[in-house]
Design a protein around this ligand. Structure first.
Ligand code: ADP
Ligand code: ADP
Length: 229
């Protein structure tokens, strides 16, 4: 399961200024589709629409054939996991932060997810900077470490659909490569929508969609898109 379809989706935050002007694509269950395009093209908007944060003006978004307007917000949240650009952590242990979204998970399951995401040693620590009571004693996590917490949370949740919203864009090259390896692990055999700036970061995607001015300007694989340039 996890087949995602966008059918001629038209969307505007402000009626005078359409953001998506009729977008159609699908992600077959277990496949990876990447959306690339310049800043402001509407990439993050697409990820928000899958969660039904906003109502679309025309067209339909379907998950496994069902219009998401007929699905509760709770089941959408259960079906979709997101690794955002910037992970905001709760002022509690890393363990709590990983378990969030699956409170029923055993300590052993949390530990395994933390290890897969390579954040194992930090599991009992408190992130710094969110509470004056924690203050100096808190652990200052780097951007990459926060991403790992988000990845561990997603590994534990194991949603059928995964959204990676520029998940590695804020990281230095070395960290990016390490995080990318962890992301490849989570997205494997899972329906995945990757939102990215650069074509070079989505080489393995089954389809790449280039969004420009609210429309799909180009689509193909990394190889066919490069050949066309
Ligand atoms: P991208 O992810 O490709 O950078 P976004 O989807 O974030 O683009 O934004 C697309 C356009 O929609 C931008 O022009 C942005 O300013 C506008 N936009 C994004 N969010 C909102 C919002 N909540 N209200 C109004 N306009 C928005
Ligand atoms: P599939 O199961 O369809 O083969 P993969 O899990 O192999 O999909 O992922 C496809 C490709 O998407 C990966 O090779 C990787 O390069 C790319 N990818 C995954 N996550 C990200 C991300 N956050 N940013 C950029 N590219 C990513």
């Amino acid at each position: 399961s996890g087949h995602v379809q966008f059918e001629n989706v038209v969307f505007a935050y402000d009626p005078d200024r359409p953001i998506l002007k009729g977008i159609s694509f699908e992600i077959p269950a277990g496949k990876t589709v990447a959306i690339v395009g310049p800043s402001g093209a509407g990439k993050s908007t697409i990820s928000r629409l899958i969660f039904r944060f906003y109502d679309i003006q025309e067209g339909a978004i379907r998950i496994d054939g069902q219009d998401i307007r007929d699905v509760t917000q709770e089941s959408l949240r259960a079906a979709i996991g997101i690794v955002p650009q910037d992970t905001v952590l709760f002022n509690d242990t890393i363990r709590y932060n990983i378990r969030y979204g699956r409170p029923d998970a055993t300590d052993e399951e949390v530990r395994r997810a933390a290890e897969l995401a390579q954040i194992g040693p930090f599991i009992e620590s408190l992130p710094a900077g969110y509470d004056t009571l924690v203050g100096e004693r808190g652990l200052k996590l780097s951007g990459g470490e926060k991403q790992r917490v988000a990845i561990a949370r997603t590994i534990l949740k194991a949603p059928p659909i995964l959204i990676l919203d520029e998940a590695t864009s804020a990281l230095d090259t070395h960290t990016e490569q390490e995080i990318q390896a962890a992301l490849d692990l989570v997205s494997r055999d899972r329906t995945t929508l990757v939102i990215a700036h650069r074509l070079s970061t989505v080489i393995g995607a089954d389809e790449i969609i280039v969004l420009r001015d609210g429309r799909i300007a180009e689509r193909g694989t990394h190889r066919t898109l490069l050949a066309a340039r």
